[in-house]
Design a protein around this ligand. Structure first.
Ligand SMILES: [Zn+2]
Length: 137
C-alpha cells in the first residue's frame, strides 16, 4: 500500500522544489543512508504519518491539518512569502484527494517547472534554478 514518491513529502511539501533535493537530500520519503540530510528521520510529522498512522501522506489522515503539521509547517512564518509553499499546504494538498498520487505528482512538477527554460523553480526564492527568472508558483 506504500505509494511514496521521492518528490512528495508526507507533510505536503513538494520536495522536488527544495534547493537541497538531489544534492544533500533524496527527499523526505527516502530511507537511504547515503544522503547527508538525515534530520528527516527525527521529523515529528514524518514519524507520525509513516509510523504512527501508517499512511503515506498527511492528507490521508482524518486529523489533517493537525497540530503537528501546523506547528512545523502551515502556521510557521505567517505572512512571509518565502514560506508560501508551507502556508499553501491545506489548499494544495486536498488536490491529492481529487486526483491519483501520480497525477498529483505531475501537477506539482509542472507547477514548479520554469515555463521559459524548463528548469526547476525552487521555493524560498521562487525563481528558476537554471535561468534565474522569478516565478510566482
Ligand atoms: Zn528558467
Amino acid at each position: 500500500m506504500k505509494n511514496r514518491k521521492a518528490e512528495l513529502a508526507p507533510c505536503g511539501v513538494f520536495c522536488g522544489a527544495c534547493p537541497s533535493y538531489k544534492k544533500t537530500c533524496l527527499g523526505c520519503s527516502s530511507e537511504s543512508k547515503e544522503q547527508k540530510r538525515t534530520s528527516k528521520w527525527g521529523c515529528k510529522v514524518r514519524n507520525c504519518c509513516y509510523n504512527s498512522q501508517n499512511k503515506n501522506y498527511c492528507i490521508e489522515c482524518d486529523d489533517f491539518p493537525c497540530e503537528k503539521n501546523r506547528n512545523k509547517l502551515i502556521d510557521t512564518h505567517p505572512g512571509d512569502v518565502k514560506y508560501k509553499y508551507r502556508h499553501e499546504i491545506p489548499e494544495i494538498f486536498v488536490k491529492m484527494k481529487e486526483m491519483e498520487v501520480e497525477a498529483y505528482l505531475e501537477f506539482q512538477k509542472k507547477r514548479w517547472t520554469c515555463p521559459s527554460c524548463g528548469g526547476i523553480i525552487h521555493f524560498y526564492k521562487y525563481e528558476c534554478s537554471k535561468c534565474g527568472k522569478k516565478e510566482i508558483v
